[in-house]
Design a protein around this ligand. Sequence first.
Ligand code: ATP
Ligand code: MG
Length: 263
Amino acid sequence: MTTALALTNLEASAGGRQILNGINLEIPFGEVHAVMGPNGSGKSTLCHVLSGKTGYEITGSARLDGDELLALAVHDRARLGLIQCFQYPTEIPGLRLREFMLEAASELGIENGAARIVEAAEQFDMTRFLDRSVNDDLSGGEKKRSEIFQMAVLSPKVALLDEVDSGLDIDAVREVAAAVDEMRSPEVGVLMITHYSRILRFVIPDRVHVLIEGKIVASGGPELADTLEAGGYERLRAELGLQAAEEQKAPAPDPFSELPFEG
Ligand SMILES: Nc1ncnc2c1ncn2[C@@H]1O[C@H](COP(=O)(O)OP(=O)(O)OP(=O)(O)O)[C@@H](O)[C@H]1O
Ligand SMILES: [Mg+2]
């Protein structure tokens, strides 16, 4: 079986700042991989770089079902079967959700687009939003549900879910998780970014990866999410010796031998 998404030594910088520091990751078709990491560790940047957002200097390789993504334009990556559910979905006043989805489905050569849209809208309680502008004046939770609805219609090969559970109420987390779980199939690989192990109780990931400072520092089974929940990133950093490395870079002054006003 081929790999849905294969990242090799993926590095990215923006504004003179190195954000991704050599990411290696393989998501086989049929698997859901969770990526967790502290704020600012590069999770959204990873999604943006894979989707084709401009403004980054990028090296390395990212293959979707064997095809190199990094040299392609955003729409060509989407045509290959990549979809990103955004952490902060954009409002597009003037563009109705139904038209947007019809256009996208037709571009991707999806048969029975109109019927699929109606069916998925019913499933995700999106029917009343179909003839409103995309995301315009939707609540945070409704926007996230809309992202999942769009993904269900477009049946991607690789889905990048950036905090699809943030801002959702307890029932909505369960619903969104059920939708992601339903998507599981031998035809799709899912990269699911989350801060909370809550959603991972409903969508059991095949692997959990921890991203710190733009690098995957630990990978494991679903139990890794529970370990993180219990001890936080600080304990993991300490266990991996990451703190020691930082301390070496900038040794703390010894308060007993270095007097601040001397010399
Ligand atoms: N265009 C840019 N120019 C400079 N710095 C950037 C740029 N884009 C992102 N960054 C920085 O890169 C770091 C990683 O950002 P990113 O949004 O990927 O983090 P994240 O892991 O998704 O965090 P969160 O959990 O808060 O969503 C942050 O410190 C951010 O400020
Ligand atoms: Mg983010």
